[in-house]
Design a binder for this molecule. Structure first.
Ligand code: ADP
Ligand code: NI
Length: 214
């Protein structure tokens, strides 16, 4: 479909050169996962596809904290493509409300389309890919991989979470291991279970090797 191809083109162009956990391939996985969940759970396919493709078009953490840039780019692009304003509003709503760090400010009754794209994004944050993305991001930030004396900070405010320069292993306790219980759809929960177990197994092995215990 022409609109989807145009969207892919825009996303690839905007995300060129980004950190490899937030690049086009992350978007492609979230897009495919969203379509997979949509096939089982329903929802408006066009809204789901557009939101999945555009959800990280201007992540504030890579744009000096600017939380309005994504909305601006997406509105301009979709208006230009003559997309119905109701669809644009739905896509914008998803992008503005799906993020982990904003979860406490998000409205209570979320549309199915948001739930699906959010699940897909969260599934890509856990499991083997989740582990790889997290260590890549930690390296990009020059954070420590692990420090036995630095404790994870649970229930951080949005501001503290954004500022956090804790260890990459702590990020598992501050976010990744919490995601399984935050998944919305049955389809995602099933996929999430295996990915969650894989992370627990990884952590167990990590500590055994770190502590040189057999
Ligand atoms: P969201 O965009 O849903 O608010 P984040 O931007 O906080 O989520 O995180 C996206 C991904 O970036 C995480 O799943 C993780 O892989 C990586 N990441 C974010 N913060 C950290 C961190 N402090 N240490 C390591 N990885 C991180
Ligand atoms: Ni994402």
């Amino acid at each position: 479909m022409e609109l989807i191809n145009k969207t892919i083109e825009l996303v690839k162009q905007k995300l060129e050169g980004t950190e490899s956990g937030h690049d086009w391939f992350h978007i492609e996985r979230v897009w495919k996962l969203s379509l997979h969940i949509h096939e089982k759970e329903g929802g408006d396919k066009l809204v789901i596809e557009l939101a999945a493709l555009l959800h990280d078009i201007a992540d504030p953490k890579f744009h000096n904290g600017d939380e309005t840039l994504a909305t601006k780019i997406v509105t301009e692009f979709l208006t230009d493509q003559k997309v119905d304003s109701k669809i644009i509003a739905k896509v914008i709503f998803i992008i503005e409300n799906m993020s982990f760090k904003n979860r406490n400010d998000a409205p209570k009754d979320l549309p199915l389309e948001l739930k699906i794209v959010q699940d897909a994004d969260r599934l890509d944050a856990i499991g083997a890919i989740g582990i790889a993305r997290t260590f890549n991001f930690g390296g990009y930030k020059n954070n420590l991989m692990y420090h036995p004396d630095i404790e994870p900070k649970l229930n951080q405010s949005k501001e503290d979470y954004k500022k956090s320069n804790g260890t990459t292993i702590n990020h598992f306790y501050e976010k990744l291991l919490l995601l399984k219980d935050l998944l919305n759809t049955k389809t995602a929960k099933e996929i999430g279970e295996e990915r969650h177990q894989f992370m627990l197994q990884f952590l167990d092995q990590f500590y055994r090797e770190w502590n040189v215990t057999f």
